[in-house]
Ligand binder design. Structure first.
Ligand SMILES: Nc1ncnc2c1ncn2[C@@H]1O[C@H](COP(=O)(O)OP(=O)(O)OP(=O)(O)O)[C@@H](O)[C@H]1O
Ligand SMILES: [Mg+2]
Length: 511
């Protein structure tokens, strides 16, 4: 993990201020929001948790802050286990996703609120003895701290203003001032810019970055906006489904995504299905390309190429010919789609090629990123029912049980008759089930398929989509390729043709 962060930008120490050790949060209803994650945050670092909605970002942050208790694992602060400390005993402050200011208080009182409640230990000398007392902060101390915080968020002179008269961005700054006025060692920010419009977001991103530098404290930031994460962070932690997908600097994450989820989530990318055909040679879109990664010959891989790394040349001059089918001006560059066979390749360039133009593409070996294919087939544990169907993946499917015994048939009573004429009752027999990525279809008609679930992931792979349908009960996943367009969270049923369900016995049946 340490190597992933070698290029981090801002000055920070090597001290680990926060460590998450096998951190888990499983809710009562069985939802695993955070799935045994391990990571460290260095003192002074700007770390961002990035991932789609529901991936466990807020839950992780709430546990660091102390608002939620881990179901397993530990949280260390400077090496000390703080998992059981209440929030107010942790040197940590949080700016929430939905920050709530007190509408009836003015800016000053909103920021001073926590300080007025605060009690500090002070020591006096009395009759030659040292006496310890717990006291409120003095008015002048509070006022000095509030002024300092207001200056930090650029709101000097706003003390008397009612918060309801402030713009969204100004309210956001008050929320930040309220958190930093306590001089925390760590500031947690959960999508603090979510409520702002794009322009304001961009301004506030720069301001927050500036504030991080000035304060010199550790920031742990949460966002689902990849651009925000790339601009602001020293280190990005990409999460999905409660799991860490990759940890690294923005450049590492962008240039060397570890898997197709990261590649698809961060920036635009073309993801091709390829095969390694020789020493540093990969074949995709019908052509062999030189690459720099070592993989075994014949291995099936995902090939990631960023749109800006595809160079367009005149027809016949590059590696593969194709045709431009769309072109949009994006302010600085054109985003064009080039069709090669069935593959739609996204290309970004400051030079436009017109729709309909015949072109040729060129990709340099260094710009071809190769990743092991994550899913090559679906495997399940299943069992045969008395109707000779098979139950697996939270569903029940028609299947061909005769494949379990070559040459067998099923008689009219539903018994399997082997080639040797033996009669076998398959009821409740355990089987291994395998279903290929191309052998699953889905329908929005719940009655049509053998299992029901929601689409939880869609990754575009140049000439098709790779989808994951997850069932409700057991959270079984069906991973498959399709050319059809679906939306995330669509509720669908899973259809698998009988002949595509491959069965094998878990153990020989005793006869
Ligand atoms: N109190 C709870 N009880 C049960 N499930 C919960 C609870 N809080 C969160 N979850 C579930 O845990 C998962 C992670 O939620 P979390 O709020 O951490 O996601 P997130 O990454 O912050 O998402 P978003 O970007 O939408 O804020 C989700 O499936 C969510 O429904
Ligand atoms: Mg959240």
């Amino acid at each position: 993990m340490a190597n992933d962060r070698k290029n981090a930008k801002s000055v920070m120490s090597d001290e680990k201020i926060i460590q998450l050790v096998n951190l888990n949060r499983t809710f009562d209803d069985g939802v695993v929001a955070v799935d045994n994650i391990n990571l460290y945050v260095r003192k002074g670092e700007f770390v961002t948790f990035l991932g789609p909605s529901g991936c466990g970002k807020t839950t992780t942050l709430r546990m660091i802050a102390g608002f939620d208790k881990p179901s397993g694992g530990k949280i260390l602060f400077n090496g000390q286990d703080i998992s059981h400390l209440p929030p107010n005993k942790r040197p940590i402050n949080t700016v929430f996703q939905r920050y709530a200011l007190f509408p009836h208080l003015n800016v000053y009182d909103n920021i001073a609120f926590g300080l007025k409640l605060k009690r500090v230990k002070v020591t006096y000398e009395k009759d030659g003895k040292i006496v310890e007392k717990v006291e409120k902060l003095k008015k002048s101390e509070i006022s000095a701290k509030v002024e300092k915080a207001l200056k930090m968020v650029d709101l000097e002179g706003f003390e008397k203003r009612s918060v309801s008269t402030l713009s969204g961005g100004q309210q956001q700054r008050v929320a930040i001032a309220r958190a930093i006025v306590n001089e925390p060692k760590i500031l947690l920010l959960d999508e603090p810019l979510g409520a702002l419009d794009l322009k304001m977001r961009k301004d506030m991103q720069l301001e927050l970055k500036e504030m991080h530098k000035k304060l010199g404290i550790t920031f742990i930031y949460v966002t689902h906006d990849q651009e925000e994460a790339l601009t602001m962070s020293d280190t990005i932690v990409v999460m999905n489904d409660g799991l860490i997908q990759q940890i690294g600097t923005p450049t590492d994450i962008y240039n060397e995504p570890k898997n197709s989820f990261v590649a698809d989530f961060i920036g635009e990318s073309n993801i091709f299905s390829g095969t390694i055909v020789g020493d540093k040679k990969v074949r995709f879109i019908g052509k062999n390309f030189d690459c720099v990664d070592d993989f075994e010959v014949n291995e099936k891989v995902d090939v990631v190429v960023r749109p800006e790394d595809v160079t367009l040349l005149d027809k016949g001059e590059g590696q593969v010919n194709g045709k431009i089918i769309s072109s949009i001006f994006k302010g600085v560059h054109y985003e064009m789609v080039m069709l090669v066979g069935k593959a739609e390749i996204i290309v970004q360039s400051t030079v436009e090629r017109k729709v309909g133009e015949d072109v040729s593409l060129m990709i340099k070996p260094n710009d071809i990123h190769i990743m092991k294919k994550e899913f090559t087939t679906n495997r399940y544990d299943g069992y045969i029912t008395k109707h000779n169907t098979v139950c697996f993946g939270d569903g029940e499917f028609e299947c061909d049980v005769t494949q379990l015994y070559p040459g067998s048939i099923v008689d009219e009573d539903g018994y399997l008759i082997t080639a040797e004429g033996e009669r076998i009752d398959l009821t409740d027999v355990d089987v291994n089930v395998e279903v290929g990525l191309k052998d699953i279809e889905i329908s929005d008609d719940a009655q049509k398929g053998g299992a029901i679930g929601n689409i939880v992931s869609i990754i575009y792979k140049v000439d098709h989509y790779q989808l994951i349908v997850r069932t409700d009960e057991e959270e079984e996943d069906f991973v498959f390729d399709t050319e059809d367009t679906w939306n995330e969270n669509d509720r669908v049923s899973v259809i698998i043709p009988k002949e595509k369900i491959k069965l094998s016995l878990k153990q020989e049946i005793k006869r």
